[in-house]
Design a protein around this ligand. Structure first.
Ligand code: ADP
Length: 503
């Protein structure tokens, strides 16, 4: 196993990797931008290397500077986390050239899956059903329009090099096609430096179901069941759960087998995710493969008891998988809520700034993967996700109950956040009955409008609690000075007649 690993990332995922390295007694090296000088991952790592600048392009995407830092510190491997360099085949190849292990799959697999049209071709050839579409890149506009008409509107335009929900455009009618196509191309060129756009049939109210796979460098492949990520905003996941309430044991076996076909087709050799859309009839179509650790990996860890980061490290070090498919047992249910520094009641506008108070939930079945601390200033430069709260229960209802309890314990002061939004969502009858699809948030506008009054209720409750607390403290101090020999514990017990009474 490696002795020293560099983490080419920031925030909660850098912390997640450092935790695993600590458990394995491996030294960690962080890299950080100027804006991240005071970030938690810098404090937690054994060593930290500055990348001058603030933007991702100036810092976390500087592959040569990162390789240089790894060599200088004597790191034998680089963990790319998710985003940034994690799915850049060129970076994985450079690591290989420099004799540094890339903690992820081989560059050839990243390359094949990184281009969505190549991925669709590879999958079709392997016999995997893909979302129906048209991807002839040298077709004229008229031919592309004809193909869309044949497919039937609405259609989805997608950037071949796309990711992160960017460069995607739904076209409802033929009249809109031409201008949407031009816009999609220039958007794709701007975001990815590649203007190739292809067309998919737009599936109405699909569920997003994805299968976690794990492959080693010895040709062994297993899957760890599915996650459902249908609660999305602008095609980006907000809440994830495992297993999917829409997937039976038979369907799990079927999807797992298809995902492993995908893994074998590209000689996959790390952890990865095969994404599907499930239509209203329950039919599933390949969407894309993510060749990295997913944000939502904790829900799979909860239900399988496995550590996916540890598996990634072991595989990158050349170890064979320790378990067979039959050893994978799914137990209970897990849910994850992404906690964002953004205001869901004002069009989800980002809310960077100083965290003046932070109280994080704990207790049975609760996990908080956080990248922040009280007194930390959330910078404007990066993704506004500050933590991932996940809960486990013996069944879905218990996982939801625990999530509601944990969200109630979660207190963040100084910046706007989406904790109340998640609480409303967890109570929503359609969520409770698992009637999910990717347009859920748009369909229930009350989820993003309800807060105005609730926000004020909250303020009133907090103000009343502070007043109550202060009064109790005053009374307690007055009693203590008159009975100086009585302990504060006994006093507070007496005050509440059998317990502390201020919350
Ligand atoms: P990205 O790589 O940018 O995340 P994906 O291809 O993974 O894009 O799609 C992200 C989300 O966009 C899906 O989960 C789904 O909500 C929506 N989506 C993508 N393709 C389609 C489609 N053909 N029909 C309907 N929704 C789609």
């Amino acid at each position: 196993m490696f002795k020293k690993v560099l983490i080419a990332n920031r925030g909660e995922i850098a912390i997640r990797v450092i935790r695993c390295l600590r458990e394995l007694e491996i030294e960690s090296v962080a890299v950080y931008s100027d804006a991240d000088r005071d970030a938690l991952h810098v404090r937690w790592a054994n060593q930290a290397v500055r990348l001058p600048g603030n933007t991702a392009v100036e810092t976390y995407l500087q592959s040569e500077k990162i390789l240089e830092a790894a060599k200088r510190c004597g790191a034998e491997a680089i963990h790319p986390g998710y985003g940034f360099l994690s799915e850049q085949a060129g970076f994985a190849r450079r690591c290989r050239e420099e004799g540094i292990a890339f903690i992820g799959p081989n560059p050839e697999a990243i390359e094949q899956m990184g281009d969505k049209t190549t991925a669709r071709d590879v999958m079709k050839k392997a016999g995997v059903p893909v979302v129906p579409g048209f991807q002839s890149m040298d077709a004229t506009l008229a031919e592309a329009k004809d193909a869309s008409a044949q497919m039937g509107y609405p259609v989805m335009l997608k950037a071949a090099a796309g990711g992160g929900g960017k460069g995607m455009r739904m076209v409802e009618r033929a009249e809109q096609f031409e201008s949407a196509f031009q816009q999609a191309r220039s958007e794709a060129a701007g975001a990815f430096g590649d203007d190739r756009v292809y067309i998919e049939k737009y599936l109405m109210r699909p569920r997003h179901i994805e299968v976690q796979i794990v492959s080693d460098k010895h040709g062994n492949h297993i899957h760890l069941g599915e996650r459902e990520c249908s609660i999305q905003r602008r095609h980006q996941k907000v809440v994830e759960e495992a297993p999917s309430p829409a997937v039976s044991d038979d369907k799990r076996a079927e999807l797992g087998a298809i995902a492993l076909m995908a893994a074998r087709a590209v000689n996959y050799d790390s952890v990865g995710t095969v994404e599907f859309l499930m239509d209203q009839t329950g039919a599933c179509y390949f969407l894309e493969m993510n060749t990295r650790l997913q944000v939502e990996h904790p829900v799979t860890e909860w239900i399988t008891g496995l550590d996916l980061v540890r598996m990634q490290l072991e595989i990158a070090a050349g170890d064979p998988l320790r378990l067979d498919q039959k050893d994978v047992v799914i137990r209970g249910h897990a849910i994850e809520c992404r906690i964002y520094a953004e205001d869901p009641y004002h069009k989800f506008r980002p809310s960077p700034g100083l965290i003046t108070y932070l109280g994080t939930p704990t207790g049975p079945g609760v996990r908080d993967d956080s990248g922040v601390y009280q007194g930390y200033e959330v910078p404007i430069y990066y993704d506004p996700m500050i933590s991932k709260l996940s809960t486990w229960g013996a069944d879905r209802n218990q996982a939801i109950g625990r999530m509601i309890r944990a969200l109630g314990e979660y207190k963040i002061g100084g910046i706007a956040h989406n904790i109340d939004f998640h609480r409303h969502l967890m109570h929503h009858p359609a969520f409770v009955s698992a009637d999910l699809d990717t347009s859920f948030i748009d369909r229930y506008p009350e989820l993003t409008a309800a807060a105005a009054t609730n926000g004020l209720e909250h303020v009133a409750v907090i103000a009343a609690s502070i007043k109550h607390f202060r009064e109790r403290m005053r009374q307690s101090l007055a009693t203590q000075t008159s009975q100086a020999d009585t302990s504060a514990w006994k006093q507070s017990g007496r005050l509440g007649q059998g317990g502390r009474s201020w919350n």
